[in-house]
Design a protein around this ligand. Sequence first.
Ligand code: AMP
Length: 216
Amino acid sequence: MNIIFLGPPGAGKGTQSRFLEKRYGVIQISTGDMLRSEVARDSDIGKQVKALMDSGKLVSDHLIIAMIKNRIAQKDCQNGFILDGFPRTEAQAEALDQLLVSEGKKIDAVLFLNVDEDILADRVSGRFTCAVCGKIYNDISNPPRVKGVCDACGSHEFQRRADDKRETVVERLKEYHRSTAPILSFYKKKGCLYTVNGMLPEADVTAEIEAFLKIK
Ligand code: AMP
């Protein structure tokens, strides 16, 4: 099963795709996570993309497409993959199509998490994650059950993304409208786009996705 999650920053793509990964043994591929790990390693790619990411701009199609091509070819993707944060431009969507044809693969579903714009800035700027297991929290809507302790792994270490600052979120939303929103119609025309109400509680969003995929 190969799935694409689409939606603006803060729509819940990371949360839902991580859940599906754990539950169904398909691999979550987050281009944002891959790039952040390059930045953390201070690699050549990391040096190239850091300023763009910090300012909320997209990195080049060429670089991202090459990264995805390598990643999808790896053995752990044989049972399926969930794309989180890719494609983000029409050029990426078209390149993905060609790549999948050449690999004899296809996308089974494109899930669009629809969330009202006015709640996104709060969602994203209040977001933080466990530094050990990556569980995602929010200051207001989804804090850990015990303050300072991760519900999932008990860690006391948390982190916030540099680009989750309110000013940067505005730029990321602009990029989303300019470059990413147009690919919704690309997938709609192909007949594989399914819209999910991303404003429901997390578990209800998951239930809607599972019902659609009929994998309960
Ligand atoms: P994300 O974690 O998906 O929100 O991505 C964080 C940042 O990484 C984005 O704001 C972009 O700078 C960069 N990025 C991630 N995925 C892509 C992509 N598919 N195309 C271009 N830039 C990307």
